[in-house]
Write a protein that binds this ligand. Structure first.
Ligand SMILES: *[C@@H]1O[C@H](CO)[C@@H](O)[C@H](O)[C@H]1NC(C)=O
Ligand SMILES: *[C@@H]1O[C@H](CO)[C@@H](O)[C@H](O)[C@H]1NC(C)=O
Ligand SMILES: *[C@@H]1O[C@H](CO)[C@@H](O)[C@H](O)[C@H]1NC(C)=O
Ligand SMILES: *[C@@H]1O[C@H](CO)[C@@H](O)[C@H](O)[C@H]1NC(C)=O
Ligand SMILES: *[C@@H]1O[C@H](CO)[C@@H](O)[C@H](O)[C@H]1NC(C)=O
Ligand SMILES: *[C@@H]1O[C@H](CO)[C@@H](O)[C@H](O)[C@H]1NC(C)=O
Ligand SMILES: *[C@@H]1O[C@H](CO)[C@@H](O)[C@H](O)[C@H]1NC(C)=O
Length: 420
């Protein structure tokens, strides 16, 4: 399913602009209700130290019909860093991060890689915010109105968001007189889980972010936090007290700083503005997730579509379109499908990330490349590099840069030799 977005994105960009694109796969994202309030300070600390300028674009509310109401516009936010750009005259590339289901400023935190490689490629960096999230909220920017009911939420869909991205990029390239600049797209997959449990949140997010160096994406964590959790579980002072062991492990995730006085298990604040995901999960994004092995520390859980239907009826008074997303994007049998009409995509997966189970782990064609890192975690390749990075991670990044470089050269070659 994630793949489908790449298809369309690729397709839109290829059709609408003389550019190619590729994407590095982001595994699915986080359910809003599980993000901890500590993140508030994290968010404000990054906004103080801005690495981009913020702009707004008058975006069309509904790209897919011609009713008068469709022509309403809203302000879509995008962030630009032009410090490294070689300029339109040199046809220097544009690196685009397509926003996920949350505040775009928050996502820029985990995309240090783009800032690091921009000088090498003389690239313009552009971060596009997804409609209904962050500051890109239709209906006057008022979330209460935009999220009120299906009359307004109906405009929150992946196809609308992709059309937003394509429309904005075409206009931006026009404004920059950069029609010939190649566009390289990063990130941007969707997803979610529906775990409600405070403990499993800690275990799952820690394994997702089992990075080789200390990190601060979801929560502040030490290097290789899973190892720290295991240590906490093995701590002899907890004897045979299973709960004390589990609590110790959860403390690694919730209280690495050691400053937490107590934990609020019913806290449902949403500092990153991820709340629109519930709607998306009830319309298009039907991602079956579950765990049912006896060996796992999680209770066995089975996924039932009927549970989702009941939830969605209750919450929004709607029933999901269960197979729409694969009908629209052709996500079924990706190996066969991708090979036929996709190109220039890198799928990175770290096998320590539980989401890698749903990832593309095999090379599909010469330019649809799977990079699989046994010790890798959730999009670790996109993070800022550090001195402590292990060799395998340096290699992954080097390989990605080489592949991107090769594609850009190919693009310039085609531009010079193929007439439009
Ligand atoms: C772009 O990012 C670099 C850091 O990589 C920063 O030094 C520079 O000030 C940023 N430029 C803008 C225009 O924000
Ligand atoms: C939400 O919708 C209801 C029913 O249409 C309407 O009465 C109410 O004013 C709306 N609230 C907002 C904040 O738009
Ligand atoms: C392009 O320029 C026009 C005219 O100044 C402006 O209205 C529009 O927002 C710009 N497009 C983008 C993507 O910034
Ligand atoms: C833990 O349980 C095992 C088996 O039930 C027992 O032999 C051992 O003495 C217990 N250890 C402690 C520290 O209570
Ligand atoms: C957080 O960690 C500190 C230091 O280990 C500990 O004293 C404190 O009790 C922990 N907080 C909670 C809520 O467990
Ligand atoms: C816990 O979170 C809930 C929901 O956000 C809030 O209403 C409640 O006041 C919080 N409790 C404490 C002790 O902070
Ligand atoms: C895919 O091909 C690349 C070389 O282009 C190779 O480095 C990589 O290991 C391959 N991926 C897998 C999963 O075999």
């Amino acid at each position: 399913m994630n793949i489908g977005f790449k298809f369309l994105r690729l397709f839109l960009l290829c059709v609408l602009s003389p550019a190619f694109s590729f994407a590095i796969k982001f595994p699915p994202n986080f359910p809003s209700s599980l993000i901890r309030p500590e993140k508030l300070s994290l968010l404000s600390s990054t906004t103080q130290n801005k690495l981009y300028t913020e702009s707004y674009f008058a975006q069309t509310l509904d790209h897919f019909n011609f009713y008068p109401k469709s022509y309403q516009t809203f302000q879509q936010r995008y962030l630009v860093n032009d410090t490294f750009w070689g300029g339109a005259a040199n046809k220097s590339p544009i690196f685009v991060y397509t926003g996920n289901e949350g505040d775009i400023e928050w996502f820029t935190q985990n995309t240090g890689f783009l800032f690091e490689i921009a000088p090498h490629f003389k690239a313009l960096l552009v971060f596009l915010e997804h409609r209904f999230y962050g500051k890109s909220v239709p209906f006057g920017g008022n979330k209460d109105v935009a999220y009120n009911n299906t009359n307004t939420l109906g405009y929150l869909s992946s196809t609308q968001a992709l059309a937003d991205y394509a429309t904005l990029l075409v206009d931006l390239k026009k404004n920059l007189s950069a029609a010939d600049s190649p566009v390289v797209v990063f990130g941007g997959s969707y997803g979610g889980t529906y775990l409600e449990n405070w403990l499993s949140t800690a275990y799952i997010y820690t394994s997702m972010t089992d990075y080789p160096t200390p990190s601060n994406f979801l929560n502040p964590l030490p290097a290789y936090p899973v190892k720290q959790m295991c240590k906490a579980i093995d701590n002899p002072t907890t004897g045979n007290d299973t709960f004390a062991k589990l609590y110790g492990a959860a403390n690694v995730y919730y209280n690495y700083s050691g400053t937490a006085k107590c934990f609020n298990l019913s806290d449902d604040s949403d500092p990153h503005g991820l709340s629109g995901w519930g709607w998306q999960a009830c319309t298009e994004m039907i991602l079956p997730t579950g765990g049912n092995t006896k060996e796992s520390i999680f209770p066995a859980s089975e996924w039932h579509y009927s549970d989702r239907v009941s939830y969605c009826k209750l919450m929004y008074g709607i029933e999901p379109r269960r197979t729409w997303i694969t009908t629209e994007f052709g996500g079924f049998g990706i190996e066969r499908v991708l090979k036929r009409f996709g190109s220039n995509i890198i799928f990175f997966n770290g096998l320590r990330d539980p989401w890698s189970g749903g990832g593309v782990l095999k090379n599909i064609s010469r330019s649809i490349i799977a990079i699989v890192a046994k010790e890798g975690a959730h999009h670790v390749d996109l993070r800022f590099s550090t001195k402590e990075d292990p060799e395998w991670l340096k290699e992954v990044r080097k390989q990605e840069i080489n592949i991107i470089g090769g594609w850009i050269s190919q693009y310039y070659h085609d531009l010079a030799h193929l007439s439009p």
